[in-house]
Design a binder for this molecule. Sequence first.
Ligand SMILES: Cc1cc2nc3c(=O)[nH]c(=O)nc-3n(C[C@H](O)[C@H](O)[C@H](O)COP(=O)(O)O)c2cc1C
Length: 187
Amino acid sequence: MNILVISGSRNPEGQTARAAKALLAGVESAGGQGELIFLPTLQIERCRQCDDNGWGLCRSEGRCVIDDDLAPLVERIKVADAVAFATPVYFGDLSESLRAFLDRMRRVYRHAADKDGVTGKRAVGICVAGGGGGGAPNCAVSLEKVLATIGFDVVDMIPARRQNLDMKVKVLKVVGAWLVESHKSQV
Ligand SMILES: Cc1cc2nc3c(=O)[nH]c(=O)nc-3n(C[C@H](O)[C@H](O)[C@H](O)COP(=O)(O)O)c2cc1C
């Protein structure tokens, strides 16, 4: 079983990375494999809202006019067995890199003719409030909403804060192992 973890943080040693790595450790403990991708290191523009009516090729052709790392990353999601989205909490919400990626993916998958590999794919969300510690539950609501609109089967959302991250790391290892075990019993 292969899980892709997409992080909206750029810090490979930060708190969000720690949470993402805990999920991956759980995946590996149950015999699965995973990979962690840091979105800010990729080239992903924000939506251009191409036409006056706010739409663009996303509506007419189910694809985005911008030739950047969006489509290749979506292809990687399609071939994964499950995907996790981890974000640092910024202003009680998603980081800008994850927001930009999911906003554009949502438009494309609203109208894509071929939704194979995306619709119904199991997804987990992780929101890490590493400053004062506020805003993780609100971020989780925001993340769950956009993932569900894209069509993912959102099977878990884990809000965490600096003050409880040690405990949440344990939870995330269990969630990672559960993703693998429950996948085995699904197929
Ligand atoms: C623009 C910005 C807004 C932030 N807003 C919050 C917040 O609402 N709540 C909070 O606890 N931390 C907030 N933080 C701190 C981040 O959550 C913290 O830096 C992050 O969890 C740890 O980053 P890392 O995982 O990328 O290392 C904010 C940080 C930035 C840069």
